[in-house]
Each structure stands twice: as C-alpha cells, then as structure tokens.
Design a protein. Sequence first.
Length: 217
Amino acid sequence: MSDIVVETTGGRVRGRRERGVEIFKGIPYAAPPVGERRWRPPVSLAAWEGVSDATKFGAACPQPKPRGPSIYAGDLPATSEDCLSLNIWTPKNARGAPVFVWIHGGALTSGASSEAIYDGSALAKRGLVVVSINYRLGALGYLAHPELSAESPDHVSGNYGLLDQIAALEWVKRNIGAFGGDGGNVTIAGESAGGLSVMYLMAAPAARGLFHKAVAQ
C-alpha cells in the first residue's frame, strides 16, 4: 500500500494504491449545500491549498435510519448535509481508460456511494475507471415548494439531487483525465433509484455531452 497524489481543478488529492488499484475516496465535487445553499442548485467548490486527504469516504447525505438489517447495505455511515463527494477506483498507471459512473439506489431517500456493495476495485482491475457519487436525498434533494420556486431565477424548485448528479458528471468531465480516464467515453449506470436517475439524465438537456452510454437496472 502506498500513497498517490493527483492534481484536480480544485486542488491536489491524496489517495492510496492497493493491489494494483488507485483509490480516492470522499473527493468533494461541489460546495457544501448548507445554509443559504440548502434547496439551491449545487455551486462550484472553491479551490483549496495543500493536499486534501482522499483516503476515507465522505459523509452520506441525510436520510432515515434503516428499519432493520439489509442484505444489500451495512450500517448507515455518518451523515451530514455536507455530503457532495465522489469516489474513484482506477487501474494503476491507467491512461485513456473507459469511465463507469455509478449512481446508488435507495428510493431517492436513502443510500450512499460508500456502501460496500458498490466497491469499484474489481472493475478497476478489469481496466475501468469507476466513479461512485453521493447526491442529496429526500426532502433536501427533491422538495418542490411554491416559495422555493418564487426565489428561483427559473421560477421552479426541486430536483436538487438530480442537479447534484449533473454537477458530479461535470466534475468527471473536467478531471477524470488526471485519474487515467477518458472523458469522451463515460458510461452512467445505476440500480433502482439510480436506474431512474439514469433515465432522468438521459432526458435532461443540462446533462448532454457529459456521458455517452447508459445502463439502467
């Protein structure tokens, strides 16, 4: 195991190389959607100085506690409204590799990119650059309300979680080349609510040009 540092448009991040796979966790792709940015479209993150630690998953977005044990997911990780992060698994010394962006399921109310079932190491060993993303959930991610619409320049509200997904894809387009991925060969995929999100993204004008193939499960 060894550390590896990559330069992104926001600053440098430090991940780890493990068994032929370079792993980066909890990289922020947008500013924290808190305070005045709650129930607003995501905005770009200010660049940071120094090297940001990318060896631990970021917080999951706020969600209800699980009703009981699940065969699909482990215990709920720590949650925070500051949750707009992504994770990357890339083959060692990759260059121009196809990119696979995974959108987790959970009825748009639960789930996280850090769930063990979504670990991208196996696919990275087969030559893919794998990205998993967090996005706002539940009322914080999808609430539409007349007062929020009145405050919006477009006079609409809701779908903040979908806008987060688009912001993550924009980040991928700008930065994935630094991780050995081909920004011109991006596949988006997801299961359950993630599959629903894939179909929304296929129909969203703002997502055009950000991906090239899609898999909805």
